[in-house]
Design a protein around this ligand. Structure first.
Ligand code: AMP
Length: 224
């Protein structure tokens, strides 16, 4: 199963993505997490990406597109993949579409979480990252995934905040890119929506991201 997951930053994409990853046993590829891993490992890629990430800008396509297309060729993607955070603009969508066609790979499902910008912003500011596992969701503003004191609710690990999650200007920039239906992330989602409508080979699912984590997960499962 090959899946694209769209949703504004803070819409619960990561949390719902983890559910899908377990259901279909796919590789869960989060472009933002790959960049953060490179930053903490002090790689050259990480150093280049950091200056853009801290400001809430997109890392240039020349860096991001080959990084993700190479990642899709790894062995753990043979059973399928779930892409979260890519494509993030229309150019990335076109390049991904071309690469899939070239590799003879089919896209099966596209999911779009709908959530209002203000709610998404609050959720971002409450988000906490587990140092042990990126798929352990914690958010101080969401009851269902509230940390256990100051520790991860899943494994008791240390929690961190992301610098770009606490900076309102950076959040605003990231959302500006997401909600842009001309060239931004929604434009890339609609690129695949168009393919889904025209060909019928791709299933395009929309989810209301406002209810609780459990309710959104239930809607997701019922629509798959
Ligand atoms: P995220 O964890 O998805 O919020 O991503 C964090 C940051 O990584 C973004 O604000 C961008 O700076 C960068 N990033 C993640 N995915 C992409 C992408 N597909 N294209 C360009 N930059 C990206």
């Amino acid at each position: 199963m090959n899946i694209l997951f769209f949703g504004p930053n803070g819409s619960g994409k990561g949390t719902q993505g983890a559910i899908l990853k377990d259901k279909y046993n796919t590789a869960h590829i989060e472009s933002g997490a790959i960049f953060r891993e490179n930053i903490s490992n002090g790689t050259e890629l990480g150093a280049k990406a950091k200056e853009y990430i801290d400001k809430g800008d997109l890392v240039p396509d020349e860096i991001t597109i080959p990084m993700i297309l190479d990642r899709l060729k790894r062995d753990d993607c043979k059973n399928g993949w779930l892409l979260d955070g890519f494509p993030r603009n229309k150019n990335q969508a076109i390049k991904l579409d071309e690469a899939l066609k070239e590799a003879g790979m089919a896209l099966d499902i596209v999911i779009e979480i709908l959530l209002d910008r203000e709610i998404a912003k609050n959720r971002i500011m409450g988000r906490r990252l587990c140092v042990n596992d990126n798929n352990h969701p914690n958010n101080i503003f969401i009851d269902a995934i509230k940390p256990d004191g100051d520790k991860c609710r899943v494994c008791g690990g240390e929690l961190k905040t992301r610098a770009d999650d606490q900076d309102e200007d950076a959040i605003s920039k990231r959302h500006g890119i997401y909600y842009d239906t001309e060239t931004g992330t929604l434009a890339s989602a609609y690129y695949f929506k168009d393919i889904a409508e025209k060909t019928g080979t791709v299933k395009y699912i929309t989810l209301n991201g406002k209810p609780s984590v459990k309710e959104v997960a239930a809607e997701l499962i019922s629509k798959l």
